[in-house]
Structure formats: C-alpha cells, structure tokens
Ligand binder design. Structure first.
Ligand SMILES: NC(=O)c1ccc[n+]([C@@H]2O[C@H](COP(=O)([O-])OP(=O)(O)OC[C@H]3O[C@@H](n4cnc5c(N)ncnc54)[C@H](OP(=O)(O)O)[C@@H]3O)[C@@H](O)[C@H]2O)c1
Length: 315
C-alpha cells in the first residue's frame, strides 16, 4: 500500500548503544539540523553502565529515554513526541519489535518505522526462506505484511559490514581473516567471489539519507552499499598499502559449508557467522544495480579507505 507519511522529523532510535546503533546515532547527530528532535530509548542497565555516554548525548541535544523494550507503558510513553522509530535492536531481541510495531500502529504520532535489518537480504532468493539466521527477521516482516497497514516501513539492506569482514579473526580465522601484524589472510571461497559491502559509517549516512527522502513505496526496501570487492581485491589493497606480500590460506566454499553444518549441530555461537559468510561467498549480496540513487546517492567510503582504517586499527 502506498505511504502518505510525512518526511520524518522526530526520530526515536532503539539499540542506539549497540554495534551499528552507535553509527546510526552519530550520523543523526551529524545531520541534526535536518531533524526537529532526536531521542534514544535505552535499557536501565545501559543507561547506568554508560552514564558518561548518556551525559555526552544529552549535551548534544539527544533526549535519553530509559525503559524496558518489552514494557508497553514504557514504550507508549516514549513514542508520545516522536513521528519515526528507527530500530537497531540486536539479533537476540529482534522479536521485541513485534510489540514496538503494534504500539506504533496504535500510536497517534508514529508514522514511519525502520525495522532492524542493516545486513544480508533475508528475501534475496527462494532459498533465503530456510536460512536459520533469517528466521526472526522474516517473522517481523511477516507481521508487518499481515498487520501493519498505517505505517511507512523501510528495510535498509546493507550486506555485510566491511569493518567487520576486513578484520582479524582471532577465534575462528577460518571464517575469513586479515591479520595486519602477521601479514596473514584467510580468504573465503576461491578468493574471486564478489561481495557487496557497506562500511558502518555509511550505514548511518545511508539511513539518514533514506529518512530525508520522501517515499510513496511501502514497504520500501533499499539495497544499498559502499563498494563491491572480492577477498582477493581486499588482500591486494592491503599488500599495496603496506608494500609487502602476505601469506594466504583459503577456506573453500565446501569447507565453509561443512563447518557451518557442524557448528549448528553443536550449538557453536559461530554458526550464524558461518551461514552468513557462506551466503555472501555464494553471491547472496549482489544485484545488477544498487539503490543508493533512490536516496540521493550520498557519498560513500571506498575499499581503499576501509583497508586504511583496518591497518590503523590493528597497528
Ligand atoms: N551486516 C552486518 O555485518 C551486521 C553485523 C552485525 C549486526 N547486524 C545487524 O544490525 C542490527 C543490530 O545489531 P547489533 O549487532 O548492532 O546489535 P547489538 O549490538 O547486539 O544490540 C543493539 C542494542 O539492542 C539492545 N539489546 C540487545 N539485547 C537486548 C536485550 N536482551 N534486551 C533488551 N535490549 C537489548 C541494546 O540496547 P540498550 O542496552 O541501549 O537498550 C543493544 O545495545 C541487527 O539487525 C543485526 O542483524 C548486521
């Protein structure tokens, strides 16, 4: 159904203290003149543990609302003076969004909702429907399809974060690793398979660009990225910037699938990582055309910049 929601002006962010929420919040603050109000909803534990951060945010003009994401009254009270919910809730709390959506549907102020996605396309191909890591997000999308008619919904699909992919993996280097100190890489597949990446900084910038772009599409799914590269391209960029050759090993797609199966059987916490990296290596992040143009083609970071950051971070 088409959306007649006004352009978002009062943004309430859930998960603002998390891995990607921090980048989304920074992008909102950097562009705060585009919005009338920016607020975060955070748990009592986090607000206490990160008291300095909360003080800093208040100084920046961010409203800090403290409550339990599963508590109806806390959420209803938080919604009162906002028109848009951006959720960056973590994987283990994805289903809490069903309550958030229901309360948003019945709220007199919330018109726009961005569910927590910011990753692999969970409806890329028919086979996506059975991928284990997608199940909770698929339930949220199903809930939206079946129950939410009066909110403008945007799914921001970014593919993997290059910051995390282009890093050293201490515990399980076989899922892909770039070790700057040792100049050692483990490349996935043959090293020649393209993957579409978004930097974490760009996730924030692209989300802000999406908020600022009116839409009549509903739901709107934006498949955005920063750049596309193969593991071999990434390695070549490290070697180029460091002026030295690296040692290289490979985890073939077959080995990745074998490890993935074992990981799920043994409840290994890396199981999700194996599955997602298998999907990325199989090409499950690639499109003929990306959607950045639909939101004004904001400037994005490059592979060169990302590798430079990885070298700085590890040295
Ligand atoms: N593309 C990629 O490579 C990639 C990588 C990682 C994540 N993602 C996606 O990004 C989205 C956000 O993930 P994330 O890793 O950034 O999240 P996260 O850091 O695990 O958690 C984000 C926030 O959610 C809240 N939260 C987490 N567990 C909770 C619980 N049990 N009860 C109540 N609140 C809880 C916390 O906020 P407060 O304490 O402030 O309330 C936390 O800071 C997800 O959809 C995830 O799939 C994508």
């Amino acid at each position: 159904m088409p959306s007649d929601a006004p352009v978002p002006k009062k943004i309430l962010l859930f998960g603002a203290t998390g891995t990607i929420g921090k980048y989304i919040l920074k992008a909102l603050i950097d562009d705060k003149t585009s919005f009338e109000k920016i607020g975060i909803f955070t748990s009592p534990g986090t607000s206490k543990d990160k008291a300095d951060k909360m003080k800093y945010l208040k100084e920046k003009g961010v409203e800090v609302l403290v409550g339990d994401v599963n508590n109806e009254e806390n959420v209803k009270a938080a919604y009162k003076d906002y028109d848009t919910v951006v959720s960056a809730l973590g994987r283990n709390v994805i289903l809490a969004q069903i309550l958030l959506l229901s309360l948003a549907r019945n709220s007199s102020t919330i018109r726009t909702f961005y569910p927590s996605e910011y990753g692999t396309d969970i409806e890329y191909a028919p086979s996506s429907a059975i991928e284990k890591p997608h199940q909770l997000k698929l339930r949220v999308r199903k809930h939206i399809r079946e129950n939410i008619t009066n909110l403008s919904i945007t799914y921001l699909v970014t593919g993997p974060y290059s910051d995390l992919y282009i890093s050293k993996m201490d515990t399980a280097p076989q899922v892909g690793s770039f070790d700057v100190q040792q100049r050692k890489a483990v490349l996935l597949g043959t090293g020649k398979e393209e993957v579409s990446f978004t930097t974490m900084t760009d996730v924030g910038r692209l989300l802000v660009a999406a908020l600022k772009t009116p839409t009549i599409e509903n739901p709107r799914t934006l498949k955005v990225n920063s750049f596309t590269a193969t593991p071999s391209d990434i390695l070549a960029e490290f070697e180029n910037q460091m002026g030295k050759k690296w040692d290289v090993n490979y985890t073939s797609l077959g080995s990745l699938k074998g490890a993935e199966m074992k990981a799920w059987e043994s409840n290994d916490p890396f199981a999700t990582a194996y599955t997602l990296r298998r999907i990325w290596t199989e090409g499950g992040t690639l499109y003929e055309k990306r959607d950045n143009w639909k939101i004004g083609d904001p400037a994005t970071e490059t592979l060169e910049e990302q590798v430079r950051k990885a070298i700085e971070a590890q040295t």
